[in-house]
Design a protein around this ligand. Structure first.
Ligand code: UDP
Length: 324
């Protein structure tokens, strides 16, 4: 049994990670300021004897210090996330991501805790290599475009993590999540799958941005969470960075058509120019595919679910949520 602290534990991925760790017999404390996370995500865990929560920000040093002193592993997921939120709140994004990660690493150093840092495929920026592998160079756009502030802030988080590992001996692992989907992910911050499913279930137009030819690969949240836990349990992962994702690509046009088919929706699929969807100057990525050979080698990781099965599960979740 390990005592775990999850920052951002009431978020989409944090709440699934909490569940999986509790099922594995560990104790879980979460800290979350409920900015993009929600109490509803963890409500069902609050009666569990091994679960505790603190509604607070990770930049509250007194609280973070106490929680860190009571755990062996910190899963650091608290961050500003979602393209829409990031583009609209650049100051909040940069400050939350960098200050928060620094606070977590400092606390981990004081108590010799292991830290797993959540990073993102965004750090590959607009590099056009297919697939992206961990040691690739990164190519970001100009600093005048907010989107790249998110990527840059997450890169600083990664630099900080490796610096604390090399200089201060903190055992860190960094994982870069590619598009991860599942129940409880909200469309409010721009994520494509929950948005399109809800639009389809309401028979509203399904909004595909740009020409819809851009491609993504989507991973089941349960697969991502298992990979994160197994990275924490693998001594050889320490001091390294890992992609977590799925190797099958789909265009957003195809995704929209698949969602329409699986929901039996009468919605039309409507193409929305990027300038209407996002702030001016927004740059999207055409493709974003992970090379997962590193994590496959170290953990034997392979995604267990393909997109149609994943979508079926998420559609059932939203139907229930919407009372359909
Ligand atoms: N997207 C879309 N319609 C929406 C929301 C997003 O076509 O209602 C597109 C978005 O422009 C991107 C892709 O879907 O090309 C994935 O978007 P998301 O924000 O989920 O993740 P990203 O890969 O951009 O981080």
């Amino acid at each position: 049994m390990t005592r775990c602290l999850i920052t951002g534990g009431a978020g989409f991925i944090g709440s699934h990670l909490s569940e999986a760790l509790l099922e594995g017999g560990h104790t879980v404390t979460i800290i979350d300021n409920l900015s993009t996370g929600s109490f509803d995500n963890i409500q069902h865990l609050t009666d569990h004897p091994n679960f505790r929560f603190a509604i607070d920000t990770i930049t509250n040093e007194t609280v973070l210090d106490r929680l860190a002193s009571e755990c062996e592993v910190i899963f650091h997921l608290a961050a500003a996330v979602g393209v829409k939120l990031i583009v609209e709140n650049p100051v909040h994004t940069i400050e939350t991501n960098i200050t928060g990660t620094e606070a977590v690493l400092k606390a981990a150093q004081r108590y010799r805790a292991q830290v797993l840092i959540a990073s993102t495929s965004e750090v590959y920026g607009k590099g056009n290599r297919v697939p992206f592998s961990e040691d690739d160079d990164v190519l970001l756009g100009p600093t005048i475009h907010n989107r790249w502030a998110y990527a840059a802030s997450k890169m600083v988080d990664e630099f900080l993590a490796f610096a604390y590992h090399q200089e201060k001996g903190v055992p860190v692992v960094v994982f870069r999540l590619f598009n991860t989907i599942g129940p409880r992910q909200t469309g409010s911050y721009g994520m494509v799958v929950p948005r399109l499913i809800r639009q389809a279930l309401r028979d509203e137009p399904i909004t595909v941005y740009g020409d819809g030819q851009q491609q993504r690969s989507f991973t089941w949240v349960g697969d991502a969470v298992n990979a994160i836990i197994r990275l924490a349990e693998s001594p050889e992962a320490t001091g390294q960075v890992f992609n977590i994702g799925h190797q099958k690509e789909i265009s957003i046009n195809e995704l929209a058509a698949l969602i329409k088919e699986l929901t039996g929706s009468d919605s039309e699929i409507s193409l929305i120019p990027y300038e209407e969807a996002y702030a001016e100057g927004f740059e999207d990525m055409r493709r974003r595919l992970p090379d997962i050979s590193k994590i496959s080698q170290v953990l034997g990781y392979q995604p267990s679910l393909d997109l149609p099965e994943i979508l079926e599960r998420i559609i059932s979740y939203h139907k229930e949520e919407m009372g359909l």
